[in-house]
Structure formats: C-alpha cells, structure tokens
Design a protein around this ligand. Sequence first.
Ligand SMILES: [Zn+2]
Length: 244
Amino acid sequence: MSQLTPATVLELWEAGLGSSPAARADLLLVSAVADRRDDRPADDVEDWPVGTRDRALLEHYCPRRAVLDAVADCPACGSALDVAVDAQALVAESSPGPVTVDVDGHRVVVRAVTVGDLRAVPAGGSPEALRDALLERCVVRATYDGSEVPPDQLPPAVVERIESTLDELDPTGDLEVVLTCEDCGERWSETLDPVRFAWAALESSARRLATDVHTLARAYGWREQDILALSAFRRHLYLSALEP
Ligand SMILES: [Zn+2]
C-alpha cells in the first residue's frame, strides 16, 4: 500500500463504503491503474482477464504479508483465527486464451472472462443469468459437425467443460488457503475473494489513519489535511511523543 497517499486511502475508503463488491473492484482498479508507473496503456484494462485484475489489486493494496483479522472460525472448536497470508504469492498467472475445447462432437473456442465482461453483464441477476451472459461473451465460436451453435443452445456437458476451461485459463478467481487451528490442531481450507481481501487491507489502513488523525488533531489542534500530508515517519514520531 506504500504507493497510496494517506489522503487517497481515506478517499477510496469513503467512496467505496456503500458500494457493491463489483463497484468496489472497479473503483480500486481505476485508482491502481492511474497510480502505475509503468508504460502499459491504461485503456487496456477492459481486456484484462479477471485474474490479472485481481493480481493488480493485491499488488497495489495488500502488504507483502497481510494478516487477515478473524478471517475464519475453526469448524471443530469455533475459535476465531487471525491468519497471515501472502496473498500475492497465492495468485497464479492467468492466460487470456483463446483455447479450443473438443467435447461430445462439439468444438468450442473460448477465451477468459475479462474486466470488460464483468462491466457489461447486468448486475443483480441470478447466478444462472450471469453464467449465460458470460458464456455468450466468452464463447468465441461453437460448432457441431461443422455448423455453428449459439452458446445458449450448448448441452450441459459442454457448458460444464467450458466452465472448467475458464477456471484453468484464469485460476485466480478465489484464493485457496490451508488453515490450522492453534487451539485444537484442526486443518481445513478456506476460500478468499481477492477483491474482498484488497478492500479489507485498504479499510484497515483507513481506520488506522482515521485514528491517527483524531489523536493528533485533538492533541495539537492540527487540521486533517496537514496531518495527512505528514510522512508516515513523522506521523509516528508525533504520535509516539504523546505516549505516556
Ligand atoms: Zn479449533
């Protein structure tokens, strides 16, 4: 999170508080891309596979080794666990495709789901409606015996294969972590959503900053914008001077 200014952290947090997860992902992405120092053109994010977006969000917003507060309850004893996870290391590379899938006489050319797809599909529909809309966009061409088949008329077995192919192209939709309970030794795996993870990291930074602003403003009478303009080093210096 070192690239973000304190003021930006608070602005993003405030802007995303009441938003849906999809809108938050977009908000975080736009800011992450605007902050990048490399030469990639900013307007290509529509073509990014979702996993590439997730990787960019984790790189931009999550510290190298983030501790997730009480991310999970032990299924055996119910203890709440704080988990330290290197989220960036969990993110696999994604491939945009396209790839060709042959199943039951059908030949389907399919590409990974992109940021543009997620922006284009209507929000708030059923999971089935979402799947159909994404299928419509990600199936580049489908044929049976050489003749064209519309994506919505593909048999369930073919759709299933397409979905597993989409997962293989872009395996980062969910971060799978294996957890061990410190209290009872139970081991299980938990799935973490990268957007939720990035948002949680931003939120905990924002809450810490807000507390610092409150403490310094009350003690010294400084204005919020002046406190946020301080370097982290000097902020901590003045805070530590207040400690008894
Ligand atoms: Zn336990």
